[in-house]
Design a binder for this molecule. Structure first.
Ligand SMILES: [Zn+2]
Length: 364
């Protein structure tokens, strides 16, 4: 019996070696372990993403997984057949599942979703960001240091939210090959004049300011994006509306003075085309936020910007949500949601940049 066992062992080893060497001679082909769940073939999300070079995150609290590669996003949920592919709903034949503690996807997921998405992506990527005109972006995390911005009922400070999202956004954009200049990357007070100077000196292509909202009406929630309109004229009405916009934009206790608020967000528009570009950028951010976030999208609004000599780049100010709203404060406290916010903003910016490059290449 002893001999027989050894023989089986040797044969077993030989088969294993042949199998492994067989795999090794097929370059680039990853062998993914599959699992049989009720007769359906599944593959682990982690190994699939690794072999396809896809970044992913999983939120154990909500059961949602968030995949991204380049500008593409796929949202999955454990127990669901529905997946969102760049915001468009698609249905898998079988639901996403959990097997031995790991998230698993139906084996056909790659063929049905990934292969289609990335094959299409190549033609779209004919216009890539390296050839686009948008090369440098200023990201402005609102408030900081002794200026906390608005503070949620449970104590969440706007300055911390803004900085965290700004940093996440900066990383995503840098991964896209875009140069990022941050008006602040620490919890420090930066004067409005200094922010203005940083933006002016950077000669960036876009300016993106990150803020969080507050309102006395605690039921108000959602994301809104402000684009920059030409400087309001000096009529009383225009000034009044500018102040109202400023107050609505930012109700922080620190910067409650309308004039100070105005300065914070008002930007000079030397070229009227910048207004149109700001609108387009705002719209793109709203659309991508709407397609990837489970929150209300209030929409885009214009805000007159403070006269600022020399700065004439398209600019938007994103109010990511209301810290005065109990549910939204809780949502924004979640780091996974802040990552989703950053990614949806990045997606909007890169879509805007690609569209711009497409238009420019067509007009050449
Ligand atoms: Zn603010």
């Amino acid at each position: 019996m002893q001999i027989k066992k050894s023989f089986i062992l040797i044969i077993g080893c030989w088969l294993l070696v042949s199998f492994l060497s067989g795999c090794a001679t097929t370059p680039g082909r990853a062998v993914l372990p599959t699992y049989n769940i009720d007769g359906v073939s599944y593959v682990s999300l982690a190994s699939l993403c690794k072999s396809e070079n896809i970044r992913w995150e999983y939120d154990t609290y909500t059961g949602r997984a968030y995949l991204n590669k380049g500008t593409h996003r796929i949202n999955l949920m454990v127990g669901q057949r529905l997946v969102l592919v760049d915001g468009m709903p698609q249905y898998l034949k079988h639901p996403v599942d959990i097997y031995q503690g790991a998230i698993v996807l139906p084996f056909r997921f790659k063929e049905q979703i990934l292969d289609v998405l990335f094959k299409n992506a190549y033609s779209e990527r004919g216009i890539n960001l390296s050839s686009a005109r948008i090369k440098k972006i200023v990201i402005d995390a609102g408030h900081g240091g002794r200026d906390p911005g608005t503070i949620g009922k449970k104590g969440l400070k706007e300055k911390d939210v803004n900085l965290d999202i700004a940093k996440r956004l900066a990383k995503l954009l840098r991964d896209d090959g875009i140069e990022v200049v941050m008006t602040r990357s620490t919890d420090d007070y930066i004067s409005l004049e200094r922010r203005v100077a940083i933006a002016n000196n950077s000669k960036a292509d876009l300016f993106v300011s990150i803020h969080a909202n507050a309102n006395r009406v605690r039921s108000l929630n959602g994301l809104e994006v402000y684009y920059i309109t030409p400087h309001a004229n000096d009529s009383k009405r225009a000034l009044q509306s500018a102040q109202n916009v400023a107050l609505n934009l930012d109700r922080s206790s620190f910067a409650y003075t309308p004039s100070l608020n105005l300065k914070a967000i008002l930007w000079d528009m030397k070229h009227t085309s910048n207004r149109a570009e700001s609108v387009k950028l705002a719209r793109n951010v709203c659309i991508s936020a709407g397609s990837s976030l489970d929150t209300k999208i209030i929409g885009i609004k214009g805000a007159p910007f403070y006269v600022l000599k020399g700065a004439h780049m398209p600019a938007v100010l994103i109010e990511v949500g209301f810290l005065s709203n109990y549910n939204e404060e809780r949502l924004i406290r979640n780091s996974f949601y802040r990552q989703q916010l950053a990614e949806s903003i990045e997606m909007g910016i890169t879509k805007y940049a690609r569209n711009l490059a497409l238009i420019e290449s067509a007009s050449r």
